[in-house]
Design a protein around this ligand. Structure first.
Ligand SMILES: *[C@@H]1O[C@H](CO)[C@@H](O)[C@H](O)[C@H]1NC(C)=O
Length: 300
Protein backbone atom coordinates (compact mmCIF):
# COMPACT_ATOMS: atom_id res chain seq x y z
CA UNK A 1 0.00 0.00 0.00
CA UNK A 2 1.09 3.59 -0.52
CA UNK A 3 2.50 5.24 2.61
CA UNK A 4 -0.14 7.96 2.51
CA UNK A 5 -3.00 5.53 2.09
CA UNK A 6 -1.80 3.32 4.91
CA UNK A 7 -1.52 6.31 7.21
CA UNK A 8 -5.07 7.24 6.36
CA UNK A 9 -6.26 3.73 7.18
CA UNK A 10 -4.37 3.59 10.45
CA UNK A 11 -5.81 6.89 11.62
CA UNK A 12 -9.31 5.81 10.72
CA UNK A 13 -8.94 2.49 12.53
CA UNK A 14 -7.44 4.20 15.56
CA UNK A 15 -10.33 6.65 15.78
CA UNK A 16 -12.86 3.84 15.63
CA UNK A 17 -11.07 1.72 18.21
CA UNK A 18 -10.60 4.60 20.64
CA UNK A 19 -14.19 5.77 20.34
CA UNK A 20 -15.36 2.22 21.03
CA UNK A 21 -13.05 1.69 23.98
CA UNK A 22 -13.83 4.97 25.70
CA UNK A 23 -17.20 3.72 26.85
CA UNK A 24 -17.97 0.20 27.97
CA UNK A 25 -20.01 -1.58 25.38
CA UNK A 26 -23.12 -2.06 27.56
CA UNK A 27 -23.43 1.70 27.89
CA UNK A 28 -24.55 2.00 24.29
CA UNK A 29 -27.87 0.56 25.44
CA UNK A 30 -29.00 2.98 28.15
CA UNK A 31 -26.11 5.46 28.10
CA UNK A 32 -24.48 5.63 31.49
CA UNK A 33 -27.52 4.13 33.21
CA UNK A 34 -28.41 0.54 33.87
CA UNK A 35 -31.54 -0.37 31.91
CA UNK A 36 -32.87 -2.45 34.84
CA UNK A 37 -32.30 0.37 37.31
CA UNK A 38 -34.15 2.77 35.05
CA UNK A 39 -37.18 0.51 35.12
CA UNK A 40 -36.82 -0.10 38.86
CA UNK A 41 -36.48 -3.85 38.52
CA UNK A 42 -33.73 -6.40 39.15
CA UNK A 43 -31.95 -8.30 36.44
CA UNK A 44 -33.87 -11.42 37.37
CA UNK A 45 -37.30 -9.79 36.92
CA UNK A 46 -39.67 -11.61 34.58
CA UNK A 47 -41.36 -10.07 31.57
CA UNK A 48 -44.62 -9.24 33.28
CA UNK A 49 -42.84 -7.53 36.16
CA UNK A 50 -40.88 -5.39 33.73
CA UNK A 51 -44.02 -4.48 31.86
CA UNK A 52 -45.89 -3.56 35.03
CA UNK A 53 -43.05 -1.45 36.31
CA UNK A 54 -42.72 0.31 32.97
CA UNK A 55 -46.39 1.29 32.85
CA UNK A 56 -46.24 2.60 36.37
CA UNK A 57 -43.11 4.68 35.75
CA UNK A 58 -44.17 5.97 32.37
CA UNK A 59 -47.41 7.20 33.84
CA UNK A 60 -45.55 8.89 36.63
CA UNK A 61 -43.10 10.66 34.34
CA UNK A 62 -45.38 11.33 31.39
CA UNK A 63 -44.78 14.91 30.15
CA UNK A 64 -48.54 15.59 30.21
CA UNK A 65 -48.69 14.88 33.91
CA UNK A 66 -45.29 16.06 34.92
CA UNK A 67 -44.03 19.34 33.41
CA UNK A 68 -40.61 19.03 35.03
CA UNK A 69 -37.99 18.88 32.18
CA UNK A 70 -35.95 16.31 34.13
CA UNK A 71 -38.99 14.14 34.23
CA UNK A 72 -39.37 14.37 30.48
CA UNK A 73 -35.80 13.23 30.01
CA UNK A 74 -36.39 10.34 32.37
CA UNK A 75 -39.54 9.42 30.48
CA UNK A 76 -37.54 9.06 27.27
CA UNK A 77 -34.87 7.01 29.04
CA UNK A 78 -37.44 4.70 30.57
CA UNK A 79 -39.11 4.17 27.21
CA UNK A 80 -35.73 3.33 25.68
CA UNK A 81 -34.88 0.91 28.48
CA UNK A 82 -38.22 -0.79 28.03
CA UNK A 83 -37.62 -1.11 24.28
CA UNK A 84 -34.48 -3.07 25.09
CA UNK A 85 -35.78 -5.22 27.92
CA UNK A 86 -39.21 -6.08 26.56
CA UNK A 87 -37.68 -7.94 23.65
CA UNK A 88 -36.24 -11.26 24.75
CA UNK A 89 -33.46 -11.20 22.15
CA UNK A 90 -32.21 -7.70 22.92
CA UNK A 91 -32.53 -8.30 26.66
CA UNK A 92 -30.36 -11.37 26.29
CA UNK A 93 -27.83 -9.29 24.32
CA UNK A 94 -27.82 -6.63 26.99
CA UNK A 95 -27.29 -9.21 29.74
CA UNK A 96 -24.44 -10.65 27.73
CA UNK A 97 -22.85 -7.20 27.31
CA UNK A 98 -23.02 -6.64 31.09
CA UNK A 99 -21.46 -10.03 31.76
CA UNK A 100 -18.75 -9.63 29.11
CA UNK A 101 -17.80 -5.95 29.01
CA UNK A 102 -14.45 -6.82 27.42
CA UNK A 103 -16.05 -8.08 24.21
CA UNK A 104 -16.48 -4.56 22.98
CA UNK A 105 -16.60 -5.27 19.29
CA UNK A 106 -18.92 -8.20 19.52
CA UNK A 107 -21.37 -6.36 21.76
CA UNK A 108 -21.30 -3.20 19.69
CA UNK A 109 -21.82 -5.10 16.49
CA UNK A 110 -24.78 -6.96 17.98
CA UNK A 111 -26.30 -3.76 19.27
CA UNK A 112 -26.14 -2.02 15.92
CA UNK A 113 -27.32 -5.10 14.15
CA UNK A 114 -30.34 -5.37 16.43
CA UNK A 115 -31.27 -1.70 16.21
CA UNK A 116 -30.34 -0.73 12.70
CA UNK A 117 -29.84 -4.03 10.93
CA UNK A 118 -33.48 -4.69 10.23
CA UNK A 119 -34.27 -1.06 9.48
CA UNK A 120 -31.47 -0.53 7.01
CA UNK A 121 -32.03 -1.48 3.44
CA UNK A 122 -29.27 -3.76 2.19
CA UNK A 123 -29.21 -1.75 -1.00
CA UNK A 124 -28.52 1.44 0.96
CA UNK A 125 -25.63 -0.27 2.72
CA UNK A 126 -24.26 -1.40 -0.62
CA UNK A 127 -24.55 2.05 -2.13
CA UNK A 128 -22.81 3.53 0.91
CA UNK A 129 -20.05 0.98 0.69
CA UNK A 130 -19.54 1.64 -3.00
CA UNK A 131 -19.43 5.39 -2.39
CA UNK A 132 -16.82 5.00 0.33
CA UNK A 133 -14.74 2.63 -1.77
CA UNK A 134 -14.96 4.92 -4.78
CA UNK A 135 -13.91 7.86 -2.64
CA UNK A 136 -10.85 6.03 -1.40
CA UNK A 137 -10.06 4.84 -4.89
CA UNK A 138 -10.27 8.38 -6.24
CA UNK A 139 -8.04 9.81 -3.52
CA UNK A 140 -5.57 7.02 -3.98
CA UNK A 141 -5.43 7.57 -7.74
CA UNK A 142 -4.77 11.27 -7.30
CA UNK A 143 -2.00 10.59 -4.81
CA UNK A 144 -0.36 8.10 -7.13
CA UNK A 145 -0.70 10.42 -10.09
CA UNK A 146 0.80 13.39 -8.29
CA UNK A 147 3.64 11.29 -6.97
CA UNK A 148 4.40 10.06 -10.47
CA UNK A 149 4.40 13.63 -11.84
CA UNK A 150 6.66 14.86 -9.08
CA UNK A 151 9.02 11.99 -9.68
CA UNK A 152 9.24 12.70 -13.40
CA UNK A 153 9.80 16.41 -12.79
CA UNK A 154 12.91 15.57 -10.81
CA UNK A 155 14.52 13.57 -13.60
CA UNK A 156 17.31 15.08 -15.73
CA UNK A 157 15.37 14.12 -18.85
CA UNK A 158 12.53 16.42 -17.88
CA UNK A 159 14.87 19.26 -17.00
CA UNK A 160 16.71 18.91 -20.29
CA UNK A 161 13.47 18.86 -22.18
CA UNK A 162 12.45 22.06 -20.45
CA UNK A 163 15.73 23.68 -21.45
CA UNK A 164 15.36 22.53 -25.05
CA UNK A 165 11.87 23.90 -25.18
CA UNK A 166 13.07 27.21 -23.81
CA UNK A 167 15.77 27.45 -26.46
CA UNK A 168 13.29 26.59 -29.18
CA UNK A 169 10.91 29.28 -28.02
CA UNK A 170 13.47 32.00 -27.68
CA UNK A 171 15.29 31.00 -30.84
CA UNK A 172 18.48 30.46 -28.89
CA UNK A 173 18.61 34.09 -27.85
CA UNK A 174 18.85 34.69 -24.15
CA UNK A 175 16.04 37.05 -23.41
CA UNK A 176 16.12 40.27 -21.56
CA UNK A 177 15.41 39.57 -17.91
CA UNK A 178 11.96 41.12 -18.24
CA UNK A 179 9.58 38.64 -19.76
CA UNK A 180 11.66 35.62 -18.97
CA UNK A 181 9.89 34.53 -15.86
CA UNK A 182 6.60 34.56 -17.72
CA UNK A 183 7.88 32.52 -20.61
CA UNK A 184 9.30 30.00 -18.20
CA UNK A 185 5.96 29.58 -16.53
CA UNK A 186 4.21 29.14 -19.86
CA UNK A 187 6.76 26.53 -20.89
CA UNK A 188 6.46 24.66 -17.65
CA UNK A 189 2.75 24.46 -18.20
CA UNK A 190 3.10 23.25 -21.77
CA UNK A 191 5.57 20.64 -20.74
CA UNK A 192 3.38 19.53 -17.88
CA UNK A 193 0.53 19.02 -20.29
CA UNK A 194 2.72 17.01 -22.61
CA UNK A 195 3.97 15.03 -19.66
CA UNK A 196 0.49 14.20 -18.51
CA UNK A 197 -0.16 12.50 -21.79
CA UNK A 198 2.95 10.39 -21.46
CA UNK A 199 2.90 8.97 -17.96
CA UNK A 200 1.75 5.41 -18.26
CA UNK A 201 0.58 3.40 -15.28
CA UNK A 202 -0.39 6.57 -13.47
CA UNK A 203 -3.15 7.98 -15.60
CA UNK A 204 -5.12 10.91 -14.32
CA UNK A 205 -7.97 9.64 -12.16
CA UNK A 206 -10.99 9.01 -14.28
CA UNK A 207 -14.49 9.02 -12.89
CA UNK A 208 -15.39 6.25 -15.32
CA UNK A 209 -12.91 3.92 -13.66
CA UNK A 210 -14.40 4.22 -10.16
CA UNK A 211 -15.88 1.06 -8.67
CA UNK A 212 -19.20 2.75 -8.00
CA UNK A 213 -19.57 3.98 -11.56
CA UNK A 214 -18.50 0.60 -12.90
CA UNK A 215 -21.20 -1.16 -10.91
CA UNK A 216 -23.87 1.28 -12.02
CA UNK A 217 -22.80 0.86 -15.62
CA UNK A 218 -22.53 -2.92 -15.37
CA UNK A 219 -25.84 -3.69 -17.10
CA UNK A 220 -24.88 -1.36 -19.93
CA UNK A 221 -21.41 -2.88 -20.21
CA UNK A 222 -22.74 -6.43 -20.18
CA UNK A 223 -25.43 -5.52 -22.71
CA UNK A 224 -22.91 -3.97 -25.02
CA UNK A 225 -20.67 -7.01 -24.75
CA UNK A 226 -23.52 -9.39 -25.47
CA UNK A 227 -24.56 -7.35 -28.45
CA UNK A 228 -21.01 -7.38 -29.72
CA UNK A 229 -20.73 -11.15 -29.33
CA UNK A 230 -24.10 -11.66 -30.99
CA UNK A 231 -23.13 -9.48 -33.88
CA UNK A 232 -19.81 -11.26 -34.20
CA UNK A 233 -21.42 -14.68 -34.12
CA UNK A 234 -24.03 -13.75 -36.68
CA UNK A 235 -21.60 -12.16 -39.07
CA UNK A 236 -18.66 -14.52 -38.97
CA UNK A 237 -20.11 -17.84 -37.79
CA UNK A 238 -23.52 -17.83 -39.41
CA UNK A 239 -23.05 -15.68 -42.48
CA UNK A 240 -19.37 -16.62 -42.86
CA UNK A 241 -18.41 -13.09 -43.90
CA UNK A 242 -14.73 -12.28 -44.14
CA UNK A 243 -13.41 -10.19 -41.27
CA UNK A 244 -13.65 -6.43 -41.47
CA UNK A 245 -10.30 -4.67 -41.08
CA UNK A 246 -11.21 -3.54 -37.61
CA UNK A 247 -12.20 -7.01 -36.45
CA UNK A 248 -9.20 -8.57 -38.15
CA UNK A 249 -6.94 -6.12 -36.37
CA UNK A 250 -8.65 -7.00 -33.10
CA UNK A 251 -7.96 -10.70 -33.71
CA UNK A 252 -4.37 -9.95 -34.64
CA UNK A 253 -3.82 -7.86 -31.57
CA UNK A 254 -5.29 -10.61 -29.41
CA UNK A 255 -3.21 -13.40 -30.88
CA UNK A 256 -0.08 -11.31 -30.44
CA UNK A 257 -1.09 -10.41 -26.91
CA UNK A 258 -0.53 -6.71 -27.54
CA UNK A 259 -2.38 -4.27 -25.26
CA UNK A 260 -4.73 -1.85 -26.95
CA UNK A 261 -2.62 1.23 -26.21
CA UNK A 262 0.54 -0.29 -27.65
CA UNK A 263 -1.33 -1.47 -30.72
CA UNK A 264 -2.57 2.04 -31.33
CA UNK A 265 1.00 3.30 -31.37
CA UNK A 266 2.19 0.88 -34.04
CA UNK A 267 2.43 2.51 -37.45
CA UNK A 268 -0.24 1.75 -40.02
CA UNK A 269 1.84 -0.17 -42.55
CA UNK A 270 3.19 -2.54 -39.90
CA UNK A 271 -0.34 -3.07 -38.68
CA UNK A 272 -1.52 -3.79 -42.22
CA UNK A 273 1.26 -6.34 -42.71
CA UNK A 274 0.43 -8.07 -39.47
CA UNK A 275 -3.29 -8.14 -40.17
CA UNK A 276 -2.77 -9.59 -43.64
CA UNK A 277 -0.89 -12.54 -42.17
CA UNK A 278 -4.08 -13.75 -40.46
CA UNK A 279 -2.21 -14.58 -37.28
CA UNK A 280 -5.37 -15.76 -35.51
CA UNK A 281 -5.10 -18.96 -37.52
CA UNK A 282 -2.73 -21.29 -35.74
CA UNK A 283 -0.43 -22.32 -38.62
CA UNK A 284 0.05 -18.68 -39.63
CA UNK A 285 0.90 -17.73 -36.11
CA UNK A 286 3.44 -20.54 -35.80
CA UNK A 287 5.03 -19.51 -39.08
CA UNK A 288 5.24 -15.98 -37.82
CA UNK A 289 6.88 -17.06 -34.57
CA UNK A 290 9.42 -19.18 -36.43
CA UNK A 291 10.26 -16.23 -38.67
CA UNK A 292 10.72 -13.94 -35.71
CA UNK A 293 13.02 -16.47 -34.06
CA UNK A 294 15.15 -16.72 -37.18
CA UNK A 295 15.25 -12.95 -37.46
CA UNK A 296 16.46 -12.44 -33.94
CA UNK A 297 19.14 -15.13 -34.37
CA UNK A 298 20.36 -13.45 -37.52
CA UNK A 299 20.62 -10.13 -35.75
CA UNK A 300 22.70 -11.64 -33.00
C1 LIG B 1 -43.31 -12.99 37.47
O1 LIG B 1 -42.90 -12.78 38.80
C2 LIG B 1 -43.97 -12.44 39.66
C3 LIG B 1 -43.38 -12.10 41.02
O2 LIG B 1 -42.32 -12.96 41.37
C4 LIG B 1 -44.97 -13.60 39.70
O3 LIG B 1 -46.07 -13.28 40.57
C5 LIG B 1 -45.51 -13.88 38.32
O4 LIG B 1 -46.32 -15.01 38.31
C6 LIG B 1 -44.34 -14.10 37.37
N1 LIG B 1 -44.87 -14.15 36.01
C7 LIG B 1 -44.50 -15.05 35.12
C8 LIG B 1 -45.14 -14.97 33.78
O5 LIG B 1 -43.68 -15.91 35.40
Amino acid sequence: MEPLASIRWSVLTLVIVVSLLIQPSFSIYCDEDDCYDLLGVTQSANASEIKKSYYKLSLKHHPDKNPDPESKKLFVKIANAYEILKDEATREQYDYAIAHPEEVFYNTARYYHAYYGHKTDTRAVLVGLLLVLSGFQYLNQWTRYNQAIDMVKKTPAYKNKLKAMELERTGGVTNKKKGKQQINKQMEEDLSKELELQIKGAEKPSLWELIGVRVVLLPYTVGKLLLWYGHWFWRYQVKQDSYSWQDASYLTRRSLGVPFDSWRNIDESTKDDLVERRLWEKPNFENYLAEMRKESKRRR
